[in-house]
Design a protein around this ligand. Structure first.
Ligand code: ATP
Length: 224
């Protein structure tokens, strides 16, 4: 039997995490359960290619992800993008994970994205190559439909062609499929948290207390 038939898929979760919050944590936790993932590798972006400069340093965003994920045995944090000198592109991150000293070519990889990120996929560097490297799992997010009729034409065609209705198919090949999953809907965003912090509002219950303590200690997000 080929190795990949016995390999449990690994979740790959990239983001700016500026800061990490319970929307991210529930997405990862529910993806692990629903999609039968061996674990989730969290990969904070160093210099995100597609958005403005994050409000805090890459090291601070990495520290917050480490605090938020520390007590979950299924979660691991990958600091390679944070330490890299060049901008983060998901396709190059996945190419790195495919190297022999990382996951190798056969293990199924499942890139986790929210519905908003998925709709913007055609703007990503070499986006079509992502499917040669990983499957994609798209989480529902309040305010963003996963509807082929509303997607850019090239992405809609790709979505129709690759959609798998049964998540168990993810373990049968290393890459190439798309699944969607309906996670607990949490209308939490890092933008909302930064706004609240800058205006002196409470952010309790939107992100872990350990991360809030770090933000206070480091005096992060004084301005939106
Ligand atoms: P910002 O408000 O700064 O744009 P964000 O809260 O969207 O940030 P990111 O770090 O940009 O957080 O998101 C990383 C990934 O997590 C993306 O794929 C995004 O779609 C997904 N995501 C973030 N928050 C949620 C949420 N509440 N529900 C589902 N998916 C989410």
């Amino acid at each position: 039997m080929p190795d990949w038939l016995v390999n449990q898929p690994l979740g790959v979760f990239g983001g700016t995490f500026d800061p990490v919050h319970y929307g991210h944590l529930r997405l990862a936790e529910e993806a692990a359960d629903r999609l039968g993932l061996a674990g989730i590798r969290w990969i904070p972006a160093g210099q995100p290619a597609l958005r403005g400069v994050p409000r805090v340093t890459a090291g601070q965003r990495l520290a917050m992800v480490r605090l938020a994920t520390a007590d979950n045995r299924r979660f691991a944090v990958d600091a390679a993008e944070v330490e890299a000198a060049q901008p983060s592109y998901t396709v190059t991150t996945l190419e790195r994970l495919r190297e022999a000293d990382q996951c190798g070519p056969q293990q199924p990889l499942v890139l986790l994205v929210g519905a908003d990120a998925f709709a913007g996929l055609p703007g990503w560097y070499r986006w079509q190559s992502l499917f040669d490297l990983a499957h994609l799992a798209v989480a529902h997010r309040p305010g963003f439909a996963i509807d082929a009729a509303q997607l850019p034409a090239a992405l809609a065609a790709c979505y129709r062609e690759r959609l798998c209705t049964n998540p168990s198919t993810l373990s049968k090949s290393p890459s190439g499929g798309i699944v969607t999953f309906a996670m607990t809907q949490l209308a939490i965003s890092a933008t909302q948290i930064r706004r609240l912090l800058a205006s002196g509002g409470s952010v309790r219950y939107l992100l872990p207390d350990t991360v809030i303590a770090y933000i206070q200690d480091q005096h992060l997000y004084p301005e939106y």
